[in-house]
Design a protein around this ligand. Sequence first.
Ligand SMILES: [Cu+2]
Length: 149
Amino acid sequence: MRKIIAQGLFVSLIVLVVLTGCSSTAAPAISVESAWGRPSATMPTAGGLYMIIKNTGNAPDKLLSGTSTACGSIEVHKMVMKADGTMGMNLVDQPLEIPAEGQVELKVGGLHIMCIMKNDKFVVGDKIDLTLKFENSGEKSVSVELRPE
Ligand SMILES: [Cu+2]
């Protein structure tokens, strides 16, 4: 009887090691690079924010939301070709997935973060603080440099 209990304990220990091993190794590792922003060409009170969101971890993560002292609200947009051949923007209403061991590039002509400005305009040369909230990685602070183009 004692032997069975001892074996049972041993098996539970192995299960515990395997379980905790998994939970500590399968995690996203998010970093943000090359962040910059510019005034929108079409919306005078909005600005586009561009950056590379990298995930060096082995589990995906999702960008849930963002806040900034310079922005009244923040949305993820995607540039699309409209039926009349001009470019427009669509709201991305699903959390943006950052794949494991991958990256998502927010760039001119593609995905971007739209900052609906609190004040009148972006001042080129200024830096604005942006906080991005990820599902698993929590909040990441990003300094965004404002450029003319
Ligand atoms: Cu936009």
